[in-house]
Design a protein around this ligand. Structure first.
Ligand code: ADP
Length: 195
C-alpha cells in the first residue's frame, strides 16, 4: 500500500503515521524527521537546511525531491510506504509522480483540524517545551515559527489537497477526536484500498 498522509502542523500526523505504518507493515517515511536527523548529524544536507527549518519555511522542492526519490527507491519501500510530510507543495506532487514511475499511490489521507484547535494544540506544545530547562524540544517549536509554519501550510500545502481531490485519491478524515478515534477512521478508509 502506498499512502500519503498530510494535515496541518498539530494535526497529530506523526502519531497517526507511526500507527498506520505499523498496521500495514510499511515504512513510515517522514521528511521532517529525515531533515531533522540530517541537521543533528551535521551532514551536507543538514547544513543546507538548518536555517530553513528554524524559520519554519520549506526547503526547496528539488532538494527534498532528491531526498524522497532516494528514500522510496530503497528495498524496504518496494512493497509500499507511508509518506508523512511529502508532497507539501503542488510542484512536489509532480516530483513524487516522477519518482514513482509506473507505480501509483493508493490513497491520500488528509487530517482535517480547525485552525483554532491546531493553534491551541501546537502553542500548548511550544509553551510546555519552553518551560523545560534547555528550551524548546524542537528548534521549530517556537511560537513565531509555529505561526509561520501554519501560514506556509495554508498557502503552499492546502492546494495539494485539491490536486489529489481531482485525481480521485483524496480522503478527508476528521482529526479532532482522540488518537484512537482518528486511527479508527483512517483504518476504515484504508481498509478498502488496494493492498
Ligand atoms: P510538522 O511538524 O509541521 O508536521 P515536519 O516535521 O513534517 O513538520 O517538517 C518540519 C520541517 O521540515 C518543515 O517545517 C520544513 O521546513 C521541512 N520539510 C519537511 N518536509 C518538507 C517538504 N516536503 N518540503 C519542504 N520542506 C519540508
Amino acid at each position: 500500500m502506498r499512502i500519503v498522509l498530510f494535515g496541518p502542523p498539530g494535526a497529530g500526523k506523526g502519531t497517526q503515521a507511526q500507527r498506520i505504518a505499523a498496521a500495514y507493515g510499511i515504512p513510515h517515511i517522514s521528511t521532517g524527521d529525515m531533515l531533522r536527523q540530517a541537521v543533528a548529524a551535521g551532514s551536507p544536507l543538514g547544513l543546507q537546511v538548518q536555517e530553513i527549518l528554524e524559520r519554519g519555511h520549506l526547503v526547496p522542492d528539488e532538494l527534498i525531491g532528491e531526498v524522497i526519490a532516494d528514500r522510496i527507491s530503497q528495498p524496504d519501500a518496494a512493497g509500499g510506504f507511508l509518506l508523512d510530510g511529502f508532497p507539501r507543495t503542488v510542484p512536489q506532487v509532480a516530483i513524487l509522480e516522477r519518482a514513482l514511475g509506473a507505480k501509483q499511490l493508493d490513497r491520500v489521507v488528509m487530517l482535517v483540524v480547525p485552525d483554532a484547535v491546531v493553534e491551541a494544540r501546537i502553542l500548548g506544545r511550544a509553551q510546555a517545551s519552553a518551560g523545560v530547562e534547555g528550551g524548546a524540544a524542537r528548534a521549530d517549536d517556537r511560537i513565531e515559527t509555529i505561526r509561520e509554519r501554519l501560514r506556509v501550510y495554508k498557502q503552499q500545502t492546502e492546494p495539494v489537497a485539491e490536486v489529489y481531490r481531482q485525481k480521485g485519491l483524496l480522503a478527508e478524515v476528521d482529526g479532532t477526536g482522540t488518537i484512537d478515534e482518528v486511527f479508527g477512521l483512517v483504518i476504515g478508509i484504508l481498509g478498502g484500498a488496494r493492498g
